[in-house]
Ligand binder design. Structure first.
Ligand SMILES: Cc1cc2nc3c(=O)[nH]c(=O)nc-3n(C[C@H](O)[C@H](O)[C@H](O)COP(=O)(O)OP(=O)(O)OC[C@H]3O[C@@H](n4cnc5c(N)ncnc54)[C@H](O)[C@@H]3O)c2cc1C
Length: 455
């Protein structure tokens, strides 16, 4: 009597007779098996010699000392692939350094892409003659020019306007740029500790699916947004709670029934235009929270997701807006400010209002929103930790008083400080001197050669 033999039956039969081993498929590999031993990609059963799990000793969880594999040695290690980190990696590479960029997620762009923060504000300010000029240039401007050449990459990229980008186009452009420059990239890698020798950072430890590994570097750039690495290396910092939101995009806004909507109150929460027709991005301020507290982060993710769903439902209930829908919520929560470095210099809001000039200026920021400031310079000292060597900060976690940090954290100053940190780190690695001792005029000259605007 013939009987139907399923694939599972066949595998069981083969396994029982030992044939399966000859086919290169281990018995443990054949199904979802909760007790399966670790395997290599070839299917061989192995045990990890580097593995030393934590255990409970006298009621405390203890992690034994262990030796880590050194995954790479490099001149400049950049932690974090946001606007600051990508600018830093490109700048360091273009200044001749060997560069490794490590990012915890699977894409580049940080909050600019993963946080769906699509609009770039504060790139312009009045110049010395009172005319509007673009103050953020260099690598950040180059990224936007590249986006201009990509289908639906960017809109409003002109003097006096705030360009809005498409996150997917930007992820693509960033990959192209780092690949062209020859930056080595490790994605899906979370930096969890610093490697220090006395008061000098020598690299970082990161976790990934490949396990816990070390990267040794002559200089580390902390572009994690949260100062994770400078904090781990022992640098001093301020820890702040700040407004934390979640951005989303709405689709089908080009399919609004205008006749039906006429005369009715327009719905709230429609956000601003993006390069994709009918798709808007919607910002959210959110409540104050601690972006370093996983409980706060989890609670906000859940609350914000519910609030966004309901907000879009309200839009859909407005006459004419029935076809609108929630396209996506940002994969990355909108954490604005957490750690701020205690740097060799600390930029104040008063400095930006007064237009204070700094001999070690490495770039310029501009006003946005209600801020009544002109162009303001950023000193190199804001990137240099006061008490630790071997590490530079870039992006939203550099040194500034809280009110000023609210200006420093927007995307254009993050390009500027990333660009400068990259050049300074490469000079430091090449000249064999700590970042705090680099020849600042040399850094400034290279920045200008690379298109940056310093004054
Ligand atoms: C809701 C919201 C709205 C905003 N609106 C605007 C706006 O309209 N216009 C504007 O110009 N700016 C805006 N901003 C500010 C701006 O988006 C960010 O401040 C800017 O992106 C910061 O850049 P960054 O490179 O310093 O940090 P991030 O963009 O935060 O990038 C840091 C990167 O480091 C990675 N990382 C973090 N920790 C680790 C680690 N331990 N190991 C490895 N990788 C790590 C992250 O995954 C991320 O990719 C807004 C911010 C928020 C949150």
């Amino acid at each position: 009597m013939s009987r139907h033999v399923s694939r599972r039956d066949m595998l069981n039969l083969l396994g029982a007779s030992g044939v399966i081993a000859g086919l290169g498929v281990s018995r443990a590999a054949r199904a979802d098996d909760p007790v399966a031993a670790p395997r290599t990609a070839t299917g061989k059963v192995v045990s990890s010699s580097m593995h030393s799990p934590a255990s409970v000793v006298d009621g405390k969880v203890v992690q034994p000392q262990r030796t880590l594999r050194v995954a790479a040695e490099t001149d400049v290690l950049v932690v974090g692939g946001g606007p600051a980190g990508v600018a830093a990696a490109l700048a360091a590479r273009r200044t001749g350094a060997k560069v490794l960029l490590v990012e915890r997620y699977g894409h580049l762009g940080g909050l600019w892409t993963g946080g769906l923060v699509l609009i770039v504000i504060g790139m312009h300010a009045k110049g010395p003659d009172g005319k509007l000029i673009q103050v953020t240039r260099g690598i950040g401007e180059e990224m936007m020019q590249r986006l201009g050449k990509v289908h639906r990459g960017i809109v409003n990229h002109r003097l006096g306007a705030s360009p809005t980008v498409d996150a997917e186009a930007l992820k693509y452009v960033m990959v192209e740029m780092v690949a062209e420059a020859g930056v080595d990239v490790l994605l899906h890698s979370w930096c969890v500790d610093a490697i220090v020798d006395g008061k000098t950072a020598k690299g970082a430890i990161f976790e990934s699916k490949s396990g816990r590994q070390a990267i040794l570097a002559k200089v580390v750039i902390d572009a994690s947004g949260d100062g994770d690495i400078y904090a781990a290396a022992g640098a001093e910092f301020e820890h702040h709670r700040f407004r934390t939101g979640l951005v989303h995009r709405i689709g089908n806004l080009d399919k609004v029934d205008r006749a039906k909507a006429k005369g009715a109150k327009p719905p709230r929460g429609l956000g601003g235009l993006t390069p994709i027709q009918g798709v808007n991005w919607v910002n959210m301020q959110g409540p104050e929270a601690d972006g370093l507290d996983v409980r706060d982060l989890s609670r906000l993710e859940m609350n914000h997701r519910r609030a966004i769903w309901r907000s879009v439902e309200r839009v859909r209930q407005s006459p004419g807006y029935e076809r609108a829908y929630l396209l996506e919520t940002a994969p990355q929560l909108g954490v604005r400010i957490t750690r701020l470095l205690t740097g060799v210099s600390r930029l104040t809001y008063k400095d930006s209002q007064a237009g204070t000039k700094f001999p070690d200026a490495i770039g310029v920021g501009g006003p946005w929103g209600r801020d009544k400031v002109g162009a303001w310079q950023i000193p190199y000292g804001c990137l240099v930790p006061r008490s630790v060597d071997g590490v530079l900060a870039a992006g939203r976690c550099i040194s500034g008083e809280l009110r000023m940090a609210d200006l420093l954290r927007i995307i254009p100053p993050c390009f500027v400080t990333g660009h400068a940190a990259g050049v300074a780190a490469a000079v430091s690695a090449k000249d064999g001197c700590p970042p705090r001792a680099v020849e600042v005029p040399k850094v400034q000259r290279i920045l200008k050669e690379q298109g940056a605007y310093l004054a």
